[in-house]
Design a binder for this molecule. Structure first.
Ligand code: AMP
Ligand code: MG
Length: 413
């Protein structure tokens, strides 16, 4: 059987970073920069006031105090956006608003709080030094300087930087388009009545949500039955919309495992057993003339959930042009024993990870409690779990208090 690590490596080799495109700023949200971004101009672009107040020659207000205010004539009124290129002479001042260009001749701004707010004449009751309340041109960004590195994900802060250096569009690797297709003759759309032997379909919803959480766009195709011809036809039909296809079901040893049957015949997808539980049967390869990557996940809901976090997520990160790191792990003490774990397979137990600040110094900050129902069909405990406790391949049981590696699930960071 193949190791978990080897399978991750194989998937990282299968997928490649998506080709860059030029996108408008809002469209680029969640995409990854494929160019370093520089500023064409210095920012601030011009000297301006950081306060509402009065632009002055600092020397004119030397020694000003509430007892000895300095009175100056107000020769201009300068709102933000003012284009009149005002200047003042010594002995004069101009009323000025935050962000407004500093008038020529002024060396500082006295905040309005330190004045009587006059419009013809103003009393200034505090002195200021040269440069006080002035934002100098270039003090944030020098013209030509790099403001964002290539490979950075465009979030809210990056969006602000892009706009502030005047960009309308940016070259990025867009969010990968993930198409999710489940298979199984027993599946019924939630909201419709269940017949005998049927279950409500959940995997495609889970994977669509997980792919969105992972920074992709996701298209829930839904589900189809176990007819091999339909599986192939459907897969070919979704290719134009897909940078990667995820399927669930039909990849184990059953007689009607259609995904495995048709894709084995195509010869472009490998089906393997990974030394893990849940999630042992996995397939990966490409479909169609487009050679679109496809990952075929097992049908058991918990298996496909675990497969997503261990295998799909790193592959999606690579497609985005981000470091394809494994999910973060911490070491934690088991609050309960693990009665049995299969020899030769790495177990991933759904668990609740808790952090205790008070125990930080003693190296016991984290505890982990595996949930009671661990069957790969048992979904009930999945939503309450925030982690997967790892039982190594060689270990078959663990005492309470044992320290184990724990994979943190994304919602928990
Ligand atoms: P399979 O991998 O197709 O043999 O399916 C394994 C188990 O997972 C079976 O009990 C299926 O009914 C169940 N299953 C498969 N696909 C889904 C799905 N999309 N949603 C919920 N359960 C599923
Ligand atoms: Mg099935």
């Amino acid at each position: 059987m193949k190791s978990v690590e080897q399978h991750v490596l194989d998937l990282l080799e299968l997928v490649a970073p998506i080709d860059p495109v030029e996108l408008g700023l809002i469209e680029a949200h969640g995409a990854v920069l494929a160019e370093p971004v520089t500023s064409p101009v210095s920012l601030p672009h011009f000297d301006n006031s950081s306060m509402d107040g009065y632009a002055v020659v600092a020397a004119d207000v030397a020694g000003a105090s509430p007892e000895n205010p300095v009175r100056l004539p107000v020769v201009a009124d300068i709102p933000a956006g003012d284009t009149s290129a005002t200047t003042i002479r010594p002995g004069q001042c101009a009323r000025i608003m935050t962000g407004a260009p500093l008038p020529g001749g002024a060396t500082a701004v006295v905040p309005v709080e330190w004045t009587d707010g006059g419009t013809e004449q103003v009393s200034l009751t505090r002195d200021v030094s040269d440069g006080g309340a002035v934002r100098r041109s270039g003090e944030d960004i020098e013209a030509g300087a790099e403001v964002l590195r290539e490979g950075v994900r465009v979030g809210a802060a990056e969006m602000a930087v892009l706009a502030s250096v005047g960009r309308r569009t940016v070259r990025v690797r867009p969010r990968p388009r993930v198409v999710v297709l489940s298979t199984g003759e027993e599946l019924v759309e939630p909201g419709r009545p269940l017949g005998p032997g049927q279950i409500w379909e959940s995997n495609s919803f889970m994977l669509t949500a997980a792919a969105l959480d992972a920074g992709c766009t996701a298209d829930r195709y839904g589900f189809i039955g176990d007819d091999p011809a339909t599986v192939l036809e459907t897969l070919e039909g979704v290719l134009p919309q897909a940078d990667i296809v995820l399927t669930t079901g039909g990849v184990s040893m059953g007689a009607y495992d259609a995904v495995k049957e048709v894709l084995s015949r195509q010869g472009t997808v490998r089906f393997e057993k990974i030394a893990m539980q849940p999630g042992m049967p996995q397939g990966f390869g490409t479909v169609g003339g487009t050679k679109t990557p496809i990952l075929t996940l097992p049908g058991n809901p918990v298996s496909s959930f675990v497969s997503f976090h261990l295998f799909v997520r790193p592959a999606l990160q690579r497609m985005r042009g981000l470091p394809a790191e494994p999910p973060p792990t911490v070491r934690a003490r088991l609050t309960a024993p693990v009665a049995s774990s299969p020899k030769g397979k790495r177990s991933f137990l759904r668990a609740v990870l808790e952090h205790d600040h008070a125990a930080e110094g003693a190296g016991r900050a984290y505890t982990v409690t595996p949930v009671a129902r661990q069957g790969s069909h048992q979904l009930s405990a999945l939503a309450g779990s925030n982690a997967l406790a790892v039982v190594p391949e060689a270990v078959t049981e663990l005492a309470e208090g044992s320290v184990v590696e724990v994979v943190k699930l994304p919602d928990a960071y």
